[in-house]
Write a protein that binds this ligand. Structure first.
Ligand code: DGJ
Length: 517
């Protein structure tokens, strides 16, 4: 990865003059402590949403999607492409839906992230074409100990990985033909939520033979050679499956990259604490299997969490690593998403955020997300300029974690849920509190931007721990890079100089200038 000297403003896709010039391929680049997504040569923030599983399977259904997602302020749609529809007969490919998706996205100024529903989707192999499903001895399934089959292609079959790789390569070859100029597709997810369900491992004879072999040397960078149980102890079977799933995915991804080299990632169905492998998708790209996946699938650029469980910040921390960005391809599409996006982007330098089933999101949650995305579009230049610099932070706040501290620009910022504010007495009694969230940026000496909703922020000098006073607090919005102030906030609106506040249910931006009194 190269270093990017300076991030610049996020730009909506512009295709007008692309025919005359080659646009560089999307790529990942490091900047300070962050990894940025670079699209059309400039850092890019994915304000996305993932379509429901079947929404991209007919032209009519797809055409209904575009106006809705545009109205919600998305700049990117995560869209499945289905092996069963792309290769209905072996070796005969149909890319009609792909062309329609690209045309629709371009007509609406949107980027796409393709999701390859190939060998595995939510562990299972239901998206493989009929000719794969009906040739069982040629395309073997994983087996339980008693020899019964699971509807999961075995990762130990050469024929399985070859068939998937051929189809994925054909998809990427077509994409190279129809998208090398416009670059509408900026990322590709390979498979979907890979992992073994019901059983922790494939226990077919070929899998068992492989399990009794020594751990491959590529996985032993930090330790002595040995068998899977010797090297991985209690986690041996899961690590073994993770490695072989990763190797398979790596073959598929490499075949695709050879045709059209886009950044590629995998997504994880997270492991609920207290569950054992097989109760959650065993061997998926999970935090405790990160090293195994990185070693097994070097063609995969990053691993991503699908966040449907509690513990949002813990999952973000687990996936944002040195040289490895946080991208959230799926998150529950409830009202919390509109706040979580500020935290993901501000605190964890996320390259993108994408609630699941965006096309059927409930109206109130969709309206809140639209407000957040609208504000983040205005702020994108600040966000992208400050990724990896230590000048940006964020938090989510709820009844479990009603306050959070962020240290930025020589000050300690304490962010509290709006319900902690004494004037909001009745709301405080409501539990659980709805999630609120904010992003903060240090924009100059003693100057900050606060964006989000349902948040109260106090400021103290970091060294002396003394409260700082407000020189000026302005509500406002950005027109390009220019801050356009609205109301000057003071009096009750700053609690007589004690805090800034963006009330719950209102998405807002304030510029805060501080002084030492
Ligand atoms: C996670 C999967 O990745 C999605 O495709 C979808 O099945 C959702 N779960 C449903 O909640």
């Amino acid at each position: 990865m190269d270093d990017v000297p300076n991030a610049s403003e996020v730009r909506p896709p512009s295709f007008a003059h692309n025919a005359e010039r080659m646009i560089p391929a999307p790529q990942l680049r490091s900047r300070g402590s962050a990894t940025q997504l670079v699209v059309d040569g400039a850092p890019f923030l994915i304000l996305g949403g993932e379509l429901g599983n079947s929404s991209a399977s007919s032209p009519e259904s797809l055409s209904a999607v575009w106006p809705r997602v545009v109205a919600m302020g998305l700049n990117t749609v995560l869209l499945p492409v289905y092996w069963e529809l792309i290769e209905p007969e072996e070796g005969h490919f149909d890319f009609t839906l792909l062309s329609i998706a690209l045309a629709g996205a371009r007509a609406h100024g949107l980027r796409l992230v393709l999701l390859w529903f190939g060998s595995w989707k939510n562990s299972m192999s239901t998206y493989v074409p009929s000719w794969v499903k009906t040739q069982r001895s040629r395309f073997p399934l994983a087996e339980r100990t008693d020899g019964s089959r699971m509807e999961i292609l075995s990762p130990f079959s050469e024929e399985n990985v070859r068939a998937d790789s051929r189809a994925f390569a054909a998809l990427m070859r077509r994409l190279a033909q129809i998208d090398s100029r416009e670059r509408t597709v900026i990322l590709v997810q390979v498979e979907n939520e890979v992992g073994m369900l019901e059983e922790a491992a494939d226990r077919s004879p070929v899998a068992r033979a492989s399990f009794s072999a020594p751990v491959p040397s590529g996985l032993l960078a930090r330790g002595p050679a040995g068998t899977w149980p010797e090297v991985f102890g209690e986690r041996a079977e899961e690590a073994f499956m993770a490695y072989h799933l990763a190797r398979y995915v790596d073959r598929v991804a490499s075949a695709g990259k050879a045709e059209h080299p886009l950044p590629m990632f995998v997504n994880a169905a997270l492991n609920r604490p207290g569950r054992v492998p097989g109760e959650y998708p065993s061997g998926g790209p999970l935090p405790h299997l990160f090293d195994v996946w990185r070693a097994g699938a070097p063609a995969i650029d990053f691993l991503s969490p699908d966040i449907y469980l509690p513990g949002f910040t813990r999952w973000c921390e687990a996936y944002r690593r040195p040289g490895h960005p946080l991208f959230i391809p799926e998150i529950a599409n409830g009202p919390a998403a509109a706040s979580q996006v500020f935290c993901a982007v501000g605190q964890y330098d996320a390259i993108g955020f994408s609630p699941f089933a965006i096309d059927t999101m409930a109206d109130a949650a969709a309206a809140a997300l639209k407000d957040s995305y609208g504000l983040l579009r205005e702020l994108a230049h600040h966000v992208l300029d400050n990724q990896g610099t230590g000048r940006m932070g964020g938090a989510i706040l709820d009844s479990e974690g009603p306050a959070s501290e962020v240290r930025l620009g020589g000050a300690v910022l304490t962010l509290r849920h709006d319900y902690t504010f004494e004037w909001s007495g009745p709301a405080r009694e409501t539990t659980p509190w709805p999630t609120s969230g904010a992003l903060v940026v240090a924009t100059g000496p003693r100057e900050y931007l606060v964006a989000g909703s349902g948040v109260i922020v106090t400021f103290a000098d970091e060294e002396r721990r003394r409260p700082l006073g407000f020189l000026q607090v302005d509500e406002g919005r950005f027109a390009g890079t220019h801050f356009v102030p609205g109301r000057r906030l003071n009096g009750d609106e700053t609690h007589q100089g004690r805090h800034v506040r963006i009330p719950f249910g209102k998405c807002g931006l304030q510029r805060v200038r501080l002084y030492d009194y």
